[in-house]
Write a protein that binds this ligand. Structure first.
Ligand SMILES: Cc1ncc(COP(=O)(O)O)c(C=O)c1O
Length: 393
């Protein structure tokens, strides 16, 4: 029967990686796939995680099932890491999930059951997989304006104007920090404005927090989510530990729901667990068990925070270095926004043809929309890199 199937379109970013790996040219630059890289181009196992793995290996006595919600202690610790004091003040229910993607999917399915006719509003642009994951969960997808290529900033007024047209119970997906693919983020004042709008219009906020600690700092990057948690009756948060704990392949994340009261939160939790059961039953244990060890131990927690901060600062230095190199190469401030953005990505504003040419002529690989992974920049060759970019404009 398979011969009657249409071939599914390949994932563009993963295909780009394969193309990069097959490119024999020395000095090739991979700015495609969203993984952190050190100065030597590696995606290291974070040192606190490596220590936690050693502890786990010597102390784990069983691999028996944990249950649909996964590691309960991990859930509690992660809820507090994300929500701060709201973790105690609100009716919070957390379920361990297979990465941020798994969390998005089971939360999406749960929200579909809560509000069957609701649309989900995504920022324009957004992470490509949002559309695939949430579309497959059954949502009708709509977009709100977000990024302004002319200024490199957020079109906040237009965003608010559009969200005012959303129907009550519609769901609004927001990037908690470090917007992917643009790197342009909301200010705390804008988050407060959104919390008010969401309350006024009866909308439901769904935050995707995949880069906590990569933007302005561990606490600062959770501020928007916490502002909402203080100001709205109900919300959902999909958390990924892939980037900030370096646990990509271990598939570690959490789905968080906040309910208006205990009964409502328990109802929603039961649906979230049902969704997990229908999709994959129980999440993989290893990554969450390591995160639990790290967050419970004061010294390991500090070691993790220090390493995360050094990763954040490395990306910031690269941003500043690239903006300065592009200023020299173009003799303009056209790319000044790169130093203003935060997180792992920025969009350069190049056409698909220019992106193709950079790949062909300079072995510089970036996503078609000219999104670059800042952590992949060659720190000792920023001027040559900037010259290549400038040659396209
Ligand atoms: C915006 C955003 N959300 C969620 C994820 C999910 O990551 P994972 O499923 O690997 O935890 C990613 C990963 O690239 C992302 O960029």
């Amino acid at each position: 029967m398979f011969e009657f199937l249409k071939t599914a379109p390949p994932d563009k970013i993963l295909s780009l990686s394969a193309q990069f790996n097959a490119d024999p040219r020395p000095g090739k630059v991979d700015l495609g796939v969203g993984v952190y890289r050190s100065a030597t181009g590696e995606t290291p196992v974070m040192s606190a995680i490596a220590r936690a793995e050693a502890i786990l290996l010597s102390s784990q006595t069983t691999k028996s099932y944990l249950g649909l919600a996964g590691n309960i202690e991990f859930n509690d610790l992660l809820g507090r890491l994300v929500l701060g004091e709201s973790a105690e003040k609100r009716e919070v229910r957390t379920v361990q999930a297979p990465g941020g993607s798994g969390a998005l999917r089971i939360l999406g399915e749960t929200l579909r059951r809560v509000a069957p006719g609701a649309r989900i509003w995504l920022p324009d642009p957004t992470w490509a997989n949002h559309k695939a994951l949430l579309g497959a969960a059954g949502f009708e997808l709509s977009e709100y304006p977000y990024f302004d290529p002319a200024t490199g900033g957020v079109k906040f007024d237009e965003m608010v104007e559009t969200l005012r047209t959303a129907a009550p119970r519609d769901i609004v997906l927001l990037h908690g920090c470090c917007h992917n693919p643009t790197g342009a983020n909301l200010t705390p004042d804008q988050w407060s404005g959104l919390a008010a709008l969401i309350g006024e219009r009866g909308l439901f906020p769904f935050v995707d927090l995949a880069y906590q600690g990569f933007g302005y700092g561990l606490e600062q990057d959770a501020e928007g989510t916490r502002i909402l948690a203080r100001g709205v009756p109900e919300m959902a948060v999909a958390v990924s530990c892939s980037k900030n704990f370096g646990l990509y392949r271990e598939r570690t994340g959490a789905a968080i729901l906040i309910g208006d009261n205990a009964r409502a939160a328990d109802n929603a939790l039961s649906q979230l667990l049902a969704s997990a059961r229908q999709n994959y039953s129980m999440p993989p244990d290893h990554g969450a068990a390591c995160v639990r060890i790290v967050l419970e131990d004061e010294a390991l927690r500090q070691e993790w925070m220090d390493e995360l901060e050094s990763m954040r600062l490395r990306m910031l230095t690269l941003r500043q270095g690239l903006a300065a190199a592009l200023k020299r190469a173009t003799n303009s401030d056209r790319f000044a926004f790169i130093a203003e953005h935060r997180g792992m990505f920025s969009r350069l504003g190049l056409s698909v043809e220019q992106v193709d040419k950079l790949r062909r002529d300079y072995a510089i690989y970036m996503v078609d929309d000219s999104r670059i992974n800042i952590a992949g920049l060659p720190e000792d060759r920023l001027d040559a890199f900037a010259e290549a970019i400038a040659s396209q404009s």
